[in-house]
Design a protein around this ligand. Sequence first.
Ligand SMILES: C[S@@+](CC[C@H](N)C(=O)[O-])C[C@H]1O[C@@H](n2cnc3c(N)ncnc32)[C@H](O)[C@@H]1O
Length: 210
Amino acid sequence: MNKYFQELNRLPQSTTLTKMRELALNQKVPIIDDEGLVFLLFLVKTKKVRRILEIGTAIGFSAINMAMMGREIFIETLEKDESLYRQALENIEEAGLTSQITVIHADALLYKLENLDGDYDLIFIDAAKAQYQKFFTKYTPLLAKEGIVVTDNLLFHGLVNDKEKTMSKNTRHLVNKIDNYNHWLTNHPDFNTSFFALGDGMAVSQRREE
Ligand SMILES: C[S@@+](CC[C@H](N)C(=O)[O-])C[C@H]1O[C@@H](n2cnc3c(N)ncnc32)[C@H](O)[C@@H]1O
């Protein structure tokens, strides 16, 4: 993010968050970037979001940031990697947010919907990019009437809008998957979606009014 704006944007600060940023950098754990985070927290505040479902916890960085927006915010977040799940639990405990954040160790593609509370004001999709369409289709029945779905990494380091840059076959496959998801989303009959060139590329989707 622009350094000048970075200083003006007062993102949540704590020793736990500082430690998590360092760990993510050193151990290459992908966490939301500052520009995406500013936007996500803006949505949480302005939409008066109370109940959040996150697909893809990693070490709990985005969940902790969202929970720090208010004591009335409750988050359920799914992580399939056991080591990351454990680190997220530790970080959430250290941040004093265990009463607001529930981390579920599960593969979101297999997890049973009936185990979740539902009626979410915000669903944040930030897990395996090749599976975005499946996550969206599976979890949107749990969205509250006026709720929103935020999807991250839709430009994938600027490769989705400039496919010529993609070298490896695997990356090209992933880039095509994300591109297909973006087009599927914009043509979705039940949702309106706006795309933002913020962070790594984000979309906000809301149910069309009947
Ligand atoms: C980009 S990271 C999440 C970052 C986190 N939201 C943040 O910004 O702090 C994506 C995470 O999704 C997890 N993941 C990938 N596929 C998953 C699945 N099917 N179910 C649950 N978690 C999954 C990965 O293990 C990884 O930790």
